[in-house]
Design a protein around this ligand. Structure first.
Ligand code: PMP
Length: 407
């Protein structure tokens, strides 16, 4: 069956507009994806009919809001194939999920002289929290090097592992280059020295089938807004035994069992990590984003996006002056590139004038850019609603821009 691209595009109202007098071509999906009508309807429906605080209310609206909120938790559990819904914690996003682990797991289990391993591919949100922790604890941050294609050098990773390694925190799929890391192997090797593993799933969860039990990761962080869901909402998956061993993150309502001025006891997971009133409306709407992905099917999405990426490589690859950045064998649908003699930002502005939205710059991966000897790249990242004809427009646009400096 062919991919129902027109039907899917109809579900995303934002796509049907012109910018600078040209039909919008949205290729900034690694930054954030657009939202289907079902997600928008859910947000509106919640505030029109169901708005109430959850878990405590003795009235119908509170009951309904609580049920819908917990439905999303179960939907996320199934989406990641977590063992139980208590292992799904709602956060503000990938950034907060990683910081939560740094503050709680990190402060309890990482001591002076211990080592944390990350990779050269990391987003700043999977670098800075560990630097802050290492500074506070006198722990050491080690970095897995990469080759020129943008792949981690596995043998070097193995050399970094030792009984001192307490945590390996790596990106599943790179936002800047698209590289998919060999995470199953990484997790296996890390566990062999007794280290826990956190996967930054911000980019992988919208493109790849995820099974946290099969991967055997201890934590996975993700953001709803990169999965066709609302902004300001994310998930931390953690194995029950690991979450239970961790102290709470923030103190406040909801995360307690009993409070007296002398002593407070804490709630069970996941509530122990969800202090205060959560982002109820957005959590409820997130379910519809996951339903959309499930109904479209992850495998069909993956096949479609792989088709877009290889078509883009084929068309742009033949343009004089086109320089691909990141040529890993295993990639999600991210095409990072430069044009010979041009600054990425200028290329981005010229593409915008043609109605094509891309990202330019360091993509919050400054150490990676430094390793590649680049100031930044132009990044076109593809999603479920992008089409081959849009890729052709991108290639036409890039060819026109490249001709300015590459006659
Ligand atoms: N990690 C990766 C790989 C990302 O792409 C992003 C978002 N660009 C983040 C972490 C941070 O996500 P958020 O801003 O939603 O917290």
């Amino acid at each position: 069956m062919s991919f129902p691209i027109e039907q899917i595009r109809q579900m995303f109202p934002v796509l049907h507009q012109e910018v600078h007098g040209k039909p919008l071509i949205y290729f900034d999906n690694a930054a954030t994806t657009q939202k289907p009508q079902s997600v928008i309807n859910s947000l509106e429906g919640y505030y029109l009919h169901d708005n109430a605080n959850i878990h405590r209310g003795a009235h119908a609206l509170a009951d309904r809001a609580t049920r819908y909120f917990e439905d999303t938790r179960e939907t996320v559990q199934k989406f990641l194939n977590a063992k139980e819904s208590a292992e799904i914690i709602f956060t503000k996003g990938t950034t907060e999920s990683i910081n939560l682990v740094a503050y709680t797991f990190g402060r309890k289990f990482i001591q002076t002289g211990d080592e944390i391993i990350i990779s050269t591919l990391e987003h700043h949100s999977n670098i800075v929290p560990w630097q802050m922790l290492c500074e506070e604890k006198g722990a050491i941050l080690k970095v897995i090097p990469i080759n020129d294609a943008g792949e981690i050098i596995y043998e070097e990773f193995e050399k970094l592992l030792s009984p001192k390694t307490k945590l390996v925190s790596v990106v599943h799929a790179s936002n800047a280059l698209g590289t998919i890391n060999p995470v199953k192997k990484i997790i296996y090797s890390a566990h062999a020295v007794g280290a826990k593993v956190l996967l930054d799933g911000a980019q992988s969860t919208s493109h790849l089938e995820i099974d946290v039990q099969d991967l055997d990761c201890d934590f996975m962080a993700l953001s709803a807004h990169k999965l066709y869901g609302p902004t300001g909402l994310g998930v931390l998956y953690g194995k029950r035994e690991v979450l239970e061993a961790m102290p709470p993150f923030q103190g406040g309502g909801e995360m307690i069992k009993e409070v007296t001025f002398e002593k407070t006891t804490y709630n069970e997971i996941p509530f122990k990590f969800e202090a205060g009133t959560p982002n109820i409306g957005d959590v409820i709407a997130f379910k519809y984003a996951i339903d959309f992905i499930n109904e479209t099917s992850k495998s069909a999405i993956k096949e479609h996006e792989e088709g877009l990426l290889s078509y883009a490589n084929e068309l742009l690859g033949s343009i004089k002056g086109f320089i691909p950045v990141g040529t890993a064998k295993e990639k999600v649908s991210v095409l990072s590139f430069n044009i010979n003699g041009m600054h990425p930002f200028d290329v981005g502005v010229m593409l915008d004038a043609k109605g094509i939205a891309v990202r330019t710059g360091h993509h919050c991966t400054q150490p990676l850019m430094k390793r590649l000897g680049l100031e930044g790249t132009v990044r076109a990242s593809f999603a479920v609603y992008n089409s081959k004809s849009e890729i052709e427009k991108l290639a036409e646009g890039v060819a026109q821009i490249a001709r300015i400096k590459n006659k």
